[in-house]
Design a protein around this ligand. Structure first.
Ligand SMILES: *Cc1c(COP(=O)(O)O)cnc(C)c1O
Length: 395
């Protein structure tokens, strides 16, 4: 059995899919001696743009940096509100706070774990400048419906597509549907640079601003290479560029992303098949025809969730919770408001180990352990009557 207790082992909740050619690519960059921002980064940007079918992509150091810069280029600043689902990684919220704006937390649909146009509309305030849909699990959201609700107002869309690289919506790749779209390439994302991120800008003007802002406001690197005597700082900026070492890893990953995506879809289907035997662990549907799945989430009855998590852990299986709701986080309670779906879901979700190195045996072990844990936790005191799926308050 390949499942081990080490958090970085096959039973880890997530881990990068690096297979050796990344190391050769890093060696190439080291041998060339070009660090920081450089040609490798620019080549990665061009390859990302070609893959997504867009004119331009700006690579940055992290997904959080991508969100921060995208919000700034959309004009967000102090006094503004940004609508964001509470059920997201805290990075979405920290990026909003970094601009001086405040979050307006939206609820989510219990089936997709994404905010719908209705949830977003319900969270709008007079000060809302941007809405930030989060593509939970990699599933695309319908931007047409969302933008239709914003039509008469000066509100932009910044997509948090950190989970959704490679996913599609109506035949277009996520990122090619007209919003400012942000990706993450951190260590647990489907495509990894080790750490990295990218923004799809809407216009060449935005692209130019983002390229300066990611490098301390300095004019383009090309401009710098020519003007050796000095350089010009055009505006406030950040140290947010993607290094050549990280870009080299990303280029290798992108070149075999078709395989990575196919493997993730295959694993998701294997889990789905195995989980049909455990109806009480309802699998969250990610529309895997169109989605490159980021995670594999089941909903189990809330009273049992934490104990089931502990039993999996005891068996060497790292399950996770994506995510503890942000409106209940100590740092963000100031912006809290009741979000009934999110609060219900938060007690039920469990992310199973999900990464391309999982074996068939790992999946059998995880699902068998999950079934046994549920049976232990949900059996009545006499040990005979497990709670049935039909008794789960409408789920
Ligand atoms: C990973 C992630 C981010 C942030 O990306 P980093 O590259 O880790 O900074 C933002 N939002 C969501 C939903 C994420 O999963």
């Amino acid at each position: 059995m390949a499942v081990v207790t080490s958090p970085s082992g096959p039973a880890a909740n997530a881990r990068p899919f690096l297979h050796g050619s990344e190391l050769a690519a890093i060696g190439r960059v080291l041998a060339a001696g070009q660090y920081g921002h450089g040609a490798e980064t620019e080549a990665f940007e061009a390859e990302l743009a070609a893959y997504l079918g867009v004119d331009d992509v700006v690579a940055v150091a992290t997904g959080t940096a991508a969100l921060h810069l995208a919000l700034l280029v959309a004009g967000v600043g102090p006094g503004d509100d940004v609508v964001v689902p509470s059920l997201t990684f805290c990075a979405s919220v920290q990026a909003i706070l970094a601009t001086g704006a405040h979050p307006r937390f939206a609820d989510v649909d219990p089936d997709t774990l994404c905010a719908t146009a209705d949830h977003i509309e319900a969270a709008l305030s007079p000060a809302t400048r941007v809405v930030m849909p989060v593509l939970y699990g990699g599933r695309a959201v319908d931007l047409t419906t969302i933008t239709a609700r914003l039509a008469d107002r000066d509100i932009a869309v910044v997509e948090d597509a950190a989970h959704a690289f490679g996913s599609q919506h109506r035949g277009h790749r996520v990122g090619a549907t007209g919003a400012l779209t942000c990706f993450s390439f951190d260590a647990i994302k489907a495509l990894t640079c080790g750490d990295g991120g990218a923004i799809v800008p809407r216009t060449p003007t935005e692209a130019g601003w983002l390229r300066r802002a990611r490098l301390l406001g300095i004019g383009s690197p090309r401009e710098r290479r020519v003007a050796t005597v000095s350089y010009a700082v055009h505006e406030p900026g950040f140290r947010y560029h993607l290094s050549t070492l990280h870009a080299a890893i990303g280029r290798v990953q992108l070149a075999r992303f078709a395989d990575i995506a196919a493997r993730r879809k295959q694993l998701w289907h294997q889990y789905a098949t195995a989980l049909t035997d455990i109806p009480i662990a309802a699998l969250v549907d990610l529309d895997v025809v169109n989605t490159v799945p980021f995670n594999c989430v089941v909903r189990v009855p809330a009273p049992a969730r934490d104990a089931v998590h502990a039993q999996l852990h005891a068996a060497g299986i790292q399950a996770g919770v994506h995510y503890p709701p942000n409106h209940l986080q100590p740092a963000f309670t100031r912006w809290s408001r009741p979000l009934p779906n999110t609060e219900d879901i938060a007690g039920e979700i469990l992310s199973l180990p999900f990464h391309p190195d999982l074996t068939d045996d790992d999946i059998s072990h995880v699902t068998a352990t999950l079934a046994a844990a549920l049976e232990n936790e949900l059996a009545a005191p006499d040990g005979t009557t497990p709670v049935s799926a039909g008794e789960r308050g409408g789920r």
